[in-house]
Structure formats: structure tokens, C-alpha cells
Design a protein around this ligand. Structure first.
Ligand code: 6PG
Length: 239
């Protein structure tokens, strides 16, 4: 595990963009799972501006770690956010963008998307293998769309599950733990003061930390990288 702490969100965005740009250069075809949330939004803005000339997106395939069960035109759609802030601004073949269909019947879509991953991704440990899974973490310690009240979904044998947001009741489709932890690399993008307690619990393994789905992120490759800003990392002491 590697922990990177930067002063501001903006620095997180710049440094993560530079990490991503190097990773994309390493291979002809790169499979990446994106996340929703506010931090990826700033990263996408950085990728679409200062990194626009530095990245060749033609061999990059984009997927999502989770999606809200809404149409792709809805303001809540992670796909829409990514199109608005990134996909519409870069040169990426349309067939490389593999969205979760939030408008379809959730349980059927969870199965279909799992099949898309099996078909498109290389296999490792008999499971689809992402080159990179990008994750955020909610103030409640959720990651992707696995929330504390449904933490058992993390260990599902299925590639994707239908999850329910604890407050709004909104259905979500989420990758499960086996597939997230099968990725070659996993990056946590976590910023803002609201995250400091859960970051402290999880990184410092404080009592009760295992109730937070984000604590279960442990890729078998051991390649887990945290990109934190100082506000989220207030309680993290690096050696
Ligand atoms: C989503 C997510 C979710 C998100 C966290 C953190 O679709 O809501 O993928 O897991 O990453 O809630 O979001 P912020 O970066 O906005 O805090």
C-alpha cells in the first residue's frame, strides 16, 4: 500500500493525472474502472485540460465501478458526469466506453455488465482483471456502491450486484469485492475534511474499522494507492 498526501484537491488531481498518464503509456490496451463523486470530477477536468496533449486515449477502455440506476441523461448518472467532464473533451473511440445502463432493470443489468467484463477484460485468477480501478470513499466509509448496511455484498460471488443507497433508497449497480481486489492496481481518490475520520479508522486500523466497506479494498496485487488531500489525511502520520 502506498499513501500519497497532497496539500489541496487540485494537487491530488494533478498528481493522479500524472500517475494515470504513465500507466496508460505502459500498455497498448488499458482497462480502467471509473468512479463517481466529486473528486473524480476535478481529476477529469485536469485530464481534459492540462493533460489533454499528454495522453493517447485510443487504447484505453473505460468502465464504471458503480452507477446510479437512472437514465444516462439524469444529473445523477456517473456516466453523464464522465461524458460532460471527460469523454466529450478527449479523443476516445466511442466503442471503448462501456457504460452501465442505469435505465435498464437493475438485476438484469448487473448480470449483463458482468458479462461485458468477462468478455472484454483479460482473465486473472479466473476473474476479469482491470488494469486500474479508481475508487472514492463516502463519508460513511462506503466505496463503489457498497454501503456499510450492505457490506455483505462485498463478498458476493457475482461480478456486479444491485445495491441500495441507505438514505435515498436509490438503486445502484456496483462491482463487488472479488473483482475490485483482482485489479492490477487500485487507486483511492479521497479529499475533504468530511472523510478524515474514516480515513483515520481505515488506514490506522482503529477499532471497528472493518465495518466500513472501504477497509476491504486489498488488491491481491498489493498495489493499492491512496491519493489524499491534507484535509482528509489530518490523522494520517507517515513514517
Ligand atoms: C458514487 C461513487 C461513490 C463515491 C463516493 C465519494 O457513484 O457515488 O462512486 O463511491 O466515490 O461517494 O464521493 P465524493 O468524492 O463525492 O466524496
Amino acid at each position: 500500500m502506498k499513501i500519497n498526501i497532497y496539500k489541496t484537491k487540485q494537487e491530488v488531481a494533478v498528481n493522479f493525472s500524472s500517475y494515470l498518464s504513465n500507466l496508460i503509456k505502459e500498455k497498448k490496451i488499458v482497462h480502467i474502472a471509473l468512479s463517481g463523486g466529486s473528486t473524480p470530477k476535478i481529476v477529469f477536468e485536469e485530464l481534459a485540460s492540462n493533460f489533454i496533449k499528454k495522453i493517447d486515449w485510443s487504447g484505453v477502455h473505460l468502465y464504471w465501478g458503480d452507477e446510479r440506476c437512472v437514465p444516462p441523461t439524469d444529473a445523477d448518472s456517473n456516466y453523464k458526469m464522465t461524458v460532460d467532464y471527460l469523454v466529450s473533451k478527449i479523443n476516445i473511440p466511442q466503442e471503448n466506453v462501456h457504460r452501465i445502463k442505469g435505465e435498464d432493470a437493475p438485476s438484469k443489468e448487473a448480470i449483463r455488465y458482468g458479462e461485458v467484463l468477462v468478455k472484454n477484460l483479460p482473465e486473472k485468477n479466473k476473474l476479469p482483471n482491470f488494469d486500474l480501478v479508481i475508487l472514492g470513499m463516502g463519508d460513511d466509509g462506503h466505496t463503489a456502491s457498497i454501503f456499510p448496511h450492505e457490506i455483505n455484498l462485498w463478498n458476493s460471488k457475482n461480478i456486479c450486484e444491485v445495491a441500495i443507497h441507505p438514505d435515498s433508497g436509490q438503486k445502484r449497480i456496483s462491482l463487488t469485492g472479488n473483482i475490485i481486489n483482482n485489479a492490477t492496481a487500485v487507486a483511492f481518490l479521497v479529499t475533504g475534511e468530511g472523510k478524515k475520520e474514516k480515513v483515520d479508522s481505515i488506514i490506522n486500523k482503529k477499532e471497528g474499522y472493518k465495518q466500513y466497506p472501504a477497509s476491504l479494498v486489498a488488491p491481491t496485487s498489493e498495489n493499492l494507492i491512496w491519493f489524499l488531500d491534507a484535509a482528509a489525511a489530518q490523522e494520517v502520520k507517515l513514517d
